[in-house]
Design a binder for this molecule. Structure first.
Ligand code: FAD
Ligand code: NAD
Length: 325
C-alpha cells in the first residue's frame, strides 16, 4: 500500500489526507499543535469557545460548494445569514449584498473535526526536518524521533515554514513564496444593548473586520453577557502593534468597539491572540499545485490558491487530482 505523510492539519492538509485515504492510500498526518484546524481556529476559554481565526467562508467553485453541502449535511457548517455593515467616515452603514456566507457549527473548527474523522492524526508533533533516501521520505520530529518510510510527502503549512523544511528539495517553494501579513484578534464579551442587525462589519484602517460571534448560528453565550464580539485588526495596524502586550491591544479594541457601536458596554470577558501568518499581501489565484512527481513531493495550502478557506481546499483537491493522474 502506498504510504503518504501529510505535514499540517489545517484545512489543506486534512482535505488532502481525507481524499488520499479515500483513494486507498495509507496516510499519516503530523500536526505541531494540540488541536486540528490551523487557522480555522476556535479557542476554548473558561467562559466560552470563540473563533479567533477565519470568521466565515464563501463557496464559489462548484467542487467546494459540493463539499460545503456535505459539511452542512453532517451538521458541521451552516449558512450565516446577515446583512453586512460597513464603516464609512466612522459611521456604521448597512451594506447589503447577496453573498452566501457559511460558518462551522458549533464552532469554526468543527469543520476540521469533521474532516479528521477516521484519519490517523499525530498531534503535538512538530516536523523539524525531512529527508529523501532510497526513494522514500523520512521525517524527524522535535524529539529527534524518525517517522517513515513514506512513498509520498505532502507539505501543508504556511510558506515561510514550508520553505524552511524543503530548502533542499523544492526550489519552486522559495521562488513562489508569498508574504503573509499578521493579524491581532481580540474577543470581548459585553453586557449592554446593541442593535441586533449588527452582526458583521467591514471596518476601517485600524480594525478591518468585526464579528458578533454570539449571533453566528449554534453559538452559546457566556453567563452574565449579552454578546461576544471578535475584532480583527488590519494587517498594517497588526504589524505596527506586533510587540504590544495583549492588555494594550484589548484596551484599544474596547475603545474602538464602544466608540463605533455607540453604546454603553461593560466588558465581562476578554481575550487576544496574535496571528503571525494570516493575510496574503497579494492574493494569487494560481491553479497549479506545487507537485514534483519525480520526488513524490507536493506542497499545498491557502497561499497556493488565493489565501482563503476555499483556496486551501481547492489547492489540496487539485494536488490530489494531479498526483493520481
Ligand atoms: P493552516 O490553517 O495554517 O494549517 C497549517 C497547519 O500546519 C497548522 O495547523 C500548523 O500548526 C501546522 N504546522 C506548521 N508547521 C508545522 C510543522 N513543522 N510540523 C507540523 N505541523 C506544522 N479565510 C476565509 O475564507 N474567511 C475568513 O474570514 C478568514 N479570516 C481569517 C482571519 C484570520 C485572523 C486568519 C489568520 C485567517 C483567516 N482566513 C480566512 C484564512 C484561512 O484561515 C486560511 O486560508 C486557511 O485556514 C488556511 O488553511 P491551510 O490548511 O492552508 O493552513
Ligand atoms: P467576501 O466576499 O464576503 O469578502 C471579500 C471582501 O469584499 C471583504 O474583505 C470586503 O472588503 C469586501 N466585501 C464583501 N462584501 C461586502 C459588503 N457587503 N460590503 C462591503 N464590502 C464587502 O468573502 P471572501 O472573499 O470569502 O473572503 C473572506 C473574508 O476573509 C474576507 O473578509 C477577508 O478579508 C477575510 N480574511 C481575513 C484574514 C485576516 O487575517 N484577518 C485572512 C484571510 C481572509
Amino acid at each position: 500500500m502506498t504510504r503518504v505523510a501529510v505535514i499540517g492539519a489545517g484545512i489543506a492538509g486534512l482535505t488532502a489526507a481525507k481524499e488520499l485515504q479515500s483513494l486507498g492510500y495509507q496516510v499519516d498526518v503530523f500536526e505541531k499543535s494540540r488541536g486540528r484546524g490551523g487557522r480555522l481556529a476556535s479557542k476554548r476559554l473558561s467562559w466560552a469557545t470563540v473563533d479567533t481565526g477565519a470568521q466565515y467562508f464563501t463557496a464559489r467553485h462548484p467542487r467546494f460548494r459540493r463539499e460545503v453541502s456535505r459539511w452542512v449535511d453532517h451538521g458541521a457548517a451552516q449558512p450565516w445569514q446577515f446583512t453586512p455593515h460597513k464603516l464609512i467616515n466612522g459611521e456604521l452603514h448597512r451594506s447589503p449584498d447577496d453573498t452566501e456566507r457559511f460558518v462551522g457549527t458549533p464552532n469554526m473548527n468543527s469543520i476540521a473535526h469533521q474532516l479528521a474523522t477516521d484519519l490517523n492524526l499525530n498531534l503535538n508533533i512538530t516536523i523539524t526536518s525531512v529527508e529523501r533516501r532510497n526513494h522514500s521520505w523520512y521525517l524527524t520530529d522535535q524529539s529527534e524521533a524518525e517517522w517513515g518510510a513514506y512513498h509520498w510527502l505532502v507539505v501543508a503549512i504556511p510558506p515561510a515554514q514550508a520553505r524552511y523544511l524543503l530548502a533542499q528539495h523544492m526550489s519552486e517553494v522559495s521562488e513562489q513564496e508569498p508574504l503573509l501579513l499578521p493579524c491581532w484578534a481580540t474577543v470581548l464579551a459585553t453586557k449592554g444593548a446593541v442593535c441586533p442587525t449588527i452582526q458583521g462589519v467591514f471596518g476601517d484602517k485600524t480594525v478591518s473586520w468585526l464579528s458578533r460571534l454570539s449571533a453566528k448560528p449554534g453559538r452559546v453565550k457566556p453567563a452574565h453577557s449579552d454578546d461576544v464580539w471578535l475584532l480583527h485588526f488590519s494587517p498594517q495596524h497588526s504589524a505596527d502593534r506586533q510587540s504590544d502586550k495583549s492588555e494594550q491591544i484589548i484596551a484599544e479594541a474596547t475603545s474602538w468597539l464602544t466608540t463605533h457601536l455607540d453604546s454603553e458596554l461593560a466588558i465581562t470577558h476578554e481575550y487576544a491572540h496574535f496571528w503571525r501568518y494570516a493575510h496574503m499581501a497579494t492574493p494569487n489565484q494560481q491553479q497549479n499545485p506545487n507537485i514534483c512527481q519525480q520526488q513524490q513531493l507536493a506542497v499545498v495550502g491557502d497561499w497556493c490558491q488565493g489565501g482563503r478557506i476555499e483556496g486551501a481546499y481547492l489547492s489540496a483537491t487539485n494536488m490530489v487530482r494531479e498526483m493520481i493522474a
